[in-house]
Design a protein around this ligand. Structure first.
Ligand code: UDP
Length: 467
């Protein structure tokens, strides 16, 4: 074996999935041990995480750290606070695990610790062991620019981003309205804002940053980071790292692939708000009525309604039966053309199925990459985190998505849902977006090919880790 690296993902599927793909791709090129060390919160299910980790080759092992108890947190604590505390309270256990690993005579001391932004407190522990720290960004290069620029923007603007009258201009990026900047940094009074500013300052001490994106998708932000004095570490574009599909295509979710087989090419809209996105009851109804009005075929991953838009992020599954919350008679009325899923859906398989012609998405970065790789244009319905910024990039920057208009009551009405669906699936706009995203699909496969930009970048960093 050539080396050993440790991966410390913060809680949530959106972080774990691309990191497992990073591990898979590394193994294609190098013989090395990879250990996932995973912080967990008590009371959250780790089943979807386990399913993915259990399917990994034997040189990739995983260690779940003892669950952290967050019972003392107030009900309304933000998702970021929950993730941050899960990670920071797991640090003693991380230290112990690294101590054990450095005494492992087979695997030997790791040559790198890779963590995502929320897992970054782990870098302090890595330093104690002289292990180089690498940041993995499961976000766009544009969102990464916003992180690097945060200390500058913090000095430049006294007010919150949402109160700015002019769009924020980030180097190399499409202009973005303050209210579309990433949610955790919207409110200067929020402790996450201060943590992010502090984190951004420490980024320049990192040994390197791996971004789950590719040069051809985001040439502007990558160039700006390479040339800008404000970005010190070496940036590696290693994406798109998307789940390559499950070997074991069984279970309720996979039944939908058979359903898709029965429908014409490009005729089905896939509707999903990621692992954690949730809608209010009112919004769920409007979406249902909009889907009904559109007359469109669809597969919809339904989650139980919730007042918070990211309620199922840490557990990835609804606790109550989501189908109970749909408008009365809805299921019967759409049964010939709509399929409702209430469990974890095989998203990559659905998007790559020929019958899928559009994706109504919350614009999580993984979902976007998956849509790009499968060449499926989108309806962008951002909910939380940096999803509004992603939407700006997709709609204004790339022209491969139509953004939903939110009404004054904060709800996307049924007519708007209907209009967006019709224009994406049957309209001229949808056609143009489809052509553009297919060009990006081809570029994404080039980036991952033998001499592609992302493969070169991955080999470059692997060389540092394996010597
Ligand atoms: N996903 C899935 N089935 C589901 C929901 C989500 O396979 O029912 C996967 C999806 O393919 C993506 C990830 O979970 O890889 C969600 O990541 P994303 O960044 O899009 O959103 P997040 O869940 O982090 O908000």
């Amino acid at each position: 074996m050539e080396g050993h690296i440790v991966i410390f993902p913060s809680p949530g599927m959106g972080h774990l999935i691309p990191l497992t793909e990073l591990a898979h791709r590394l193994l294609l090129h190098r013989r090395l041990f990879i250990t996932f060390i995973i912080p967990t919160a008590a009371g959250t299910t780790v089943k979807p995480q386990n399913d993915i980790l259990n399917a990994m080759p034997e040189t990739i092992s995983s260690i779940f750290l003892p669950p952290v108890n967050l019972n003392d947190l107030p009900e309304d604590a933000t998702l970021e606070t929950r993730i941050f505390l899960t990670v920071t309270q797991s640090l003693p256990a991380l230290r112990q695990t690294l101590t054990d690993l450095t005494h492992d005579s087979v695997k030997k001391t790791p040559s790198a610790l890779v963590a995502d932004i929320f897992g970054a407190p782990g870098f302090e522990i890595a330093k104690e062991f002289n292990i180089p720290s690498y940041l993995f960004c499961p976000i766009s290069a544009m969102a990464l620019v916003s992180v690097f620029q945060l200390p500058v923007l913090d000095k430049m603007y006294a007010c919150d981003f949402k109160d700015l009258s002019e769009p924020v201009s980030l180097p190399g990026c499409v202009p973005v309205h303050g209210s579309d900047m990433p949610e955790p940094i919207q409110d200067k009074k929020n402790e996450t804002y201060t943590q992010m500013v502090e984190f951004a300052k420490t980024c320049n001490l990192l040994s390197g940053v791996l971004v789950n994106s590719f040069l051809e998708l985001e040439p502007g932000p990558f160039k700006a980071m390479e040339e800008g004095e404000w970005c010190k570490p070496k940036i590696y574009s290693v994406g798109p790292l998307i789940r390559s599909g499950s070997e074991n295509q069984t279970g309720e979710g996979f039944e939908c692939l058979k359903w898709l087989d029965k429908h014409p090419i490009g005729s089905v809209l896939f509707v999903s708000f990621g692992s954690g996105g949730t809608l209010s009851q009112n919004q769920l109804n409007e979406l249902a009525f909009g889907l009904e009005q559109s007359g469109q075929r669809f597969v919809w991953v339904v989650k139980s309604p919730h007042g918070k838009s990211n309620a199922s992020y840490l557990s990835a599954q609804s606790i109550l039966d989501p189908l109970e919350f749909l408008p009365e008679g809805f299921m019967e009325r759409v049964q010939d053309r709509g399929l409702l899923l209430s469990t974890w859906a095989p998203q990559v398989e659905i998007l790559s199925h020929g019958s899928t012609g559009g994706f109504l998405t919350h614009c999580g970065w993984n979902s976007i990459l998956e849509s790009v790789v499968c060449g499926v244009p989108m309806i962008a319905w951002p909910l939380f985190a940096e999803q509004k910024m992603n939407t700006v990039f997709l709609a204004d920057g790339l022209g491969v998505a139509r953004r939903v208009k939110v009404g004054e009551d904060g709800v996307v009405g049924r007519d708007e849902v209907n209009n967006c669906i019709r224009s994406l699936m049957g309209g001229e706009d949808g056609h143009k977006m489809r052509l553009k995203i297919r060009q990006l699909r081809d570029l994404s496969s080039m980036a991952l090919s033998r001499d592609g930009s992302s493969t070169k970048s991955l080999l470059d960093v692997a060389q540092k880790w394996c010597g």
